[in-house]
Design a protein around this ligand. Structure first.
Ligand code: MG
Ligand code: MG
Length: 253
């Protein structure tokens, strides 16, 4: 069941979104070779709590970190580790969630760790971000929800890549994951009608090779089935009477 949000609830989610956006900006400024993913996790927890919010992911179904840190062929849900030091050329995915006054916001970025990324990595990351922008543009009052995934897929596959199918975007609110699911592929014109009060996280996960994935023995880290590179971007977006609002938009971006 989709829980539509009042303008007042969206106001609280805007605050949660601001915390997440600021935290991502602060993390991006900190990323450098030699830092471990656990160092980033510690910083993220500080940044979130300093803003009066609480990490959404910590303890979620037993997840041990404040954020997810996924490198290269890792798609999502990487666990921050004291033994994973960043190296130049790494493609790092940072996924951050925070809860403010009972409401969550969820956002992710892909970033290169110092040094020149490969041409393919650069193309992948750009296409993934563009696929998110296309998905956001398709989220309009009166549209159908599957228009979003269709738009994402058109851009990602148009660039020669594949969209992960086993994980999807989702509604966001008092719970981190609510209905509806927002897949990153599919035919347009299906699913619920988009209307004011809908708040969703759109989060394309795009691979160089196959869309298929598997989960490592840590029961969390999702990797591409063929070991190919993967990128991920995510925003939490509210549909309002005036259009849409990206609640996790970053001032510095
Ligand atoms: Mg996320
Ligand atoms: Mg999400």
């Amino acid at each position: 069941m989709i829980i539509f949000k009042s303008p007042e609830e969206i106001g609280r989610m805007r605050q949660a979104g601001r915390v997440v956006a600021t935290t991502i900006d602060q993390l991006l400024a900190a990323v450098r070779p030699g830092l471990t993913t656990e160092d980033l996790d510690r910083l993220a927890e500080e940044f979130i709590r300093d803003q009066g919010a609480v990490p959404s992911f910590k303890g979620y179904r037993g997840f041990p970190g404040t954020i997810c840190t996924s490198l290269n062929h890792e798609v999502v849900h990487g666990i921050p580790s004291p033994t994973r030091a960043l190296i130049p050329g790494d493609v790092l995915k940072l996924d951050v969630g925070a809860v403010w006054d009972g409401y969550h916001a969820d956002s992710a970025v892909s970033v290169f760790v110092a040094g020149a990324p490969s041409e393919e990595a650069e193309k992948l990351v750009r296409a993934t971000e563009e696929s998110l922008e296309a998905g956001i543009a398709a989220l309009r009052s009166g549209a159908r929800l599957s228009d979003v995934g269709h738009a994402v897929q058109q851009v990602a596959e148009g660039a020669g890549f594949s969209c992960v199918r086993e994980y999807a975007g989702h509604g966001v609110g008092r719970a981190l994951h609510e209905d509806p699911q927002v897949p990153n592929y599919g035919d347009p014109g299906r699913g619920p009608v988009v209307k004011p009060g809908l708040v969703v996280a759109i989060e394309p996960m795009v691979n160089v090779g196959t869309w298929r994935t598997r989960v490592l023995r840590d029961h969390w880290t999702v990797v591409t089935a063929d070991g190919s590179l993967s990128a991920h971007f995510e925003h939490t977006i509210a549909v309002t009477e005036d259009g849409t609002e990206v609640l996790t938009a970053r001032p510095a971006a």
